[in-house]
Design a binder for this molecule. Structure first.
Ligand SMILES: *Cc1c(COP(=O)(O)O)cnc(C)c1O
Length: 391
């Protein structure tokens, strides 16, 4: 095997085999199926004696290219691509768990993942125990003989808290359970959980990997034996990523490093601006010195990411007023776009939770989440400033 190249080079130069046309940029393989040379070729392909494409629910050259890139970026052995981040999350649990199995997870997880743990997996008698992100010392007491997976996100959504991945890795190893990390907020450019002991890493590619708010996608990468189980589950149940979306996402990865560098630079400037603003109570950004896990963030991340959380003085009403006064920033559910997006979790994504439950995930009434985009940072700052003044 050739020596691993640097991140940006792998992102740009990893490519599916060229066709006879010797195209420079990889074409889109919009085809449901692939043809066989003869009956023996067909038999051997189905018997998996040959590695080749059969049907796009199983594999497709665009999907393989996308997965190969993510594997190189995350230092993973193998991976599977999915239609969305949630289909990656669901398929990972569904493929690896049996009835009666148990998950130990951080309470601060993506809303739909929380829904999966509390509404759907219990239908198959798969249960979840939560730990608070500031109580990692309680994790071991939650592990039972049925526990199979330890699950977490870092940074968390929307409060950008940081979990100690190395500690989670050592707990998982000690108890012989799998560590699965949703690495969506960090991207493979800023953080590689496998280095800290994760067995599997999941991404919603819809976010910074696409980075331009266009397509949805997801991916799970990690240990080859586990990926094999997840692949067989996906092959039979059909959450396949569209080849078109895979092409878009693979192209997006070519610019991930430069985009994320700029996102992080803008986000840090905005976090510093907010920290000095009279209408703002608390600002949370992993690479601000005032962040409670600043040292840990510096240890496990290359930069702080593009999400800044802060609290507008005056609670829910002030939060809403602030949102209504924004002139450039979008009010939208996505994150990780070129366009700056502002949300108010207490009145939207987390509006159905009780105030207590919200506080457990770090969401106070006035908390605002900014997904910092790639506009000129001075324009974003000006927009935030004028909206804060009218809040
Ligand atoms: C968005 C998101 C998901 C789900 O991804 P989709 O592509 O929307 O299905 C999962 N985890 C995190 C942390 C996310 O931000």
């Amino acid at each position: 095997m050739s020596k691993q190249k640097n991140f940006e080079t792998e992102a740009i130069r990893t490519q599916t085999e060229r066709s006879q046309f010797l195209e420079h940029s990889n074409p889109i393989y919009l085809t449901s199926s692939f043809v066989f040379e003869d009956a023996e070729d067909m038999r051997a392909s189905f018997a998996e004696e040959k590695e080749r494409n059969i049907y796009s629910r199983f594999t497709n050259p665009n999907n393989s290219e996308f997965v190969d890139k993510i594997c190189k970026m995350e230092g993973a052995e193998q991976g599977v691509a999915f239609a969305t981040g949630m289909s990656a999350v669901f398929s990972t649990f569904a493929a690896l768990l049996n009835a009666g199995d148990h998950i130990v997870s951080a309470r601060s997880v993506f809303g739909s993942t929380h829904g999966l743990f509390t509404k759907f997996l219990p239908k198959w008698n798969i249960t979840t125990s939560y730990f608070k992100i500031d109580e990692l010392d309680k994790i071991e007491s939650l592990i039972t003989k049925n526990t199979k997976i330890l699950y977490a996100e870092s940074p968390t959504n929307p409060a950008v808290d940081i979990l100690d991945l190395e500690l989670l890795g050592s707990i998982a190893k000690e108890h012989n359970i799998l560590l699965v990390i949703d690495n969506c907020f960090a991207t493979p450019y800023l953080q590689n959980p496998i280095k800290f002991g994760a067995d599997l890493v999941i991404h919603s590619a819809t976010k910074l990997i696409d980075g331009q708010g266009r397509v949805m996608g997801g991916v799970t990468v990690g240990r080859a034996d586990l990926i094999r189980e997840i692949y067989l589950f996906a092959r039979n149940t059909g959450p396949a990523l569209s080849p078109f979306n895979a092409w878009v996402l693979s192209k997006s990865l070519e610019t991930l490093a430069v985009r994320v560098d700029k996102h992080c630079e803008n986000a840090l400037k905005i976090a510093e601006f907010l920290e000095s603003h009279g209408q703002v109570n608390i600002v949370k950004y992993p690479f601000l010195k005032s962040h409670p896990q600043y040292v840990l963030a510096k240890k496990q991340m290359k930069a702080g990411g593009n999400i800044v959380a802060f609290e507008v003085k005056g609670g829910v009403e002030a939060g809403k007023k602030f949102l209504n006064a924004l002139a450039i920033c979008s009010l939208s559910a996505n994150l990780g776009d070129t366009r700056t997006i502002v949300t108010h979790p207490a009145s939207t994504t987390h509006g159905k939770l009780s105030k207590e439950d919200r506080l457990e995930t770090g969401i106070t009434d006035g908390l605002v989440r900014v997904s910092v985009g790639l506009e000129n940072v001075n324009d974003i700052i000006q927009d935030l400033d004028q909206a804060l003044k009218s809040s």
